[in-house]
Design a protein around this ligand. Structure first.
Ligand code: AMP
Length: 225
């Protein structure tokens, strides 16, 4: 089984490329950010604990995230489809814990996909980003003029007709904080994956999705059935 780790700053399109892989290749995706927002919307115990961290653009504790990932991963292992981790691991400690988790599993390969994009582009994108309020959907849209990701009907999700809202952490202050956190961890994560000899592929992602997808399929050596 192939596990792809999507490593990129917020707003770099990890979720969008994941959705395309789900549609075209029937892969599975775990977005730890989506899972966190679902807990908050459903007001679970975990949701109440992480609410403040998320709104202020900080990371949720490694132990909570890894517990969530383990639960999801155990179920996902039942099928043979490739898996995308979108936004996990985000710290060196999470990467080490994931390494332990997969060490004993035969025929499992980890590939890191690094999303490369200028900071200014992601800030513009995040300021104009909207998501579907429905916690099962959370489809992402853009209000940037001329964007290919604009909803067909203003304020309404194309997929489920839910209401579009701004994420609470898509404020300028929180965006700057999240980008700083991302860059503080990125090089440690890359060093870890170099040391552990997992393949790392780089994708330039400030271009149309179709081109990114073609580039991705060319570069990634996994089962694309
Ligand atoms: P995202 O949707 O990936 O931008 O994540 C939104 C927020 O969820 C982040 O700013 C963090 O507060 C939290 N989060 C998501 N994934 C992780 C992770 N792997 N480790 C810690 N916090 C996370």
């Amino acid at each position: 089984m192939d596990v792809l780790l999507f490593l990129g700053p917020p707003g770099s399109g990890k979720g969008t490329l994941s959705q395309l892989c789900i549609e075209k290749l029937k892969w599975k995706q775990l977005s730890t950010g989506n899972l966190c927002r679902k807990h908050i919307a459903q007001k679970t115990k975990i949701g109440n604990e992480i609410d403040f961290a998320i709104k202020s653009g900080k990371l949720v504790s490694d132990s909570l995230i890894v517990t969530m990932v383990k639960q999801w991963f155990d179920q996902a292992l039942i099928s043979d489809n490739s898996i995308i981790f979108d936004g996990f691991p985000r710290t060196l400690h999470q990467a080490e814990l994931l390494e332990q988790l997969v060490q004993d599993l035969d025929n499992l390969t980890l590939t890191v996909v690094r999303f490369v994009i200028p900071k200014k582009t992601v800030i513009n994108r995040l300021c104009e980003r909207f998501i579907c309020k429905d916690d099962e959907c959370q489809a992402v849209y853009s209000m940037l003029s001329g964007s290919a990701f604009a909803p067909k009907k203003e304020g309404i999700c194309d997929a489920c007709q839910g209401t579009l809202i701004k994420r609470l952490d898509d404020t300028r202050e929180s965006i700057v904080q999240r980008l700083e956190i991302y860059h503080a961890h990125e090089s440690k994560l890359l060093d870890f994956y170099k040391d552990t000899e997992h393949p790392i592929i780089e994708l330039q992602v400030d271009k149309p999705l179709k081109e990114i997808y073609t580039d991705f399929l060319d570069k990634v050596e996994v089962n694309k059935k």
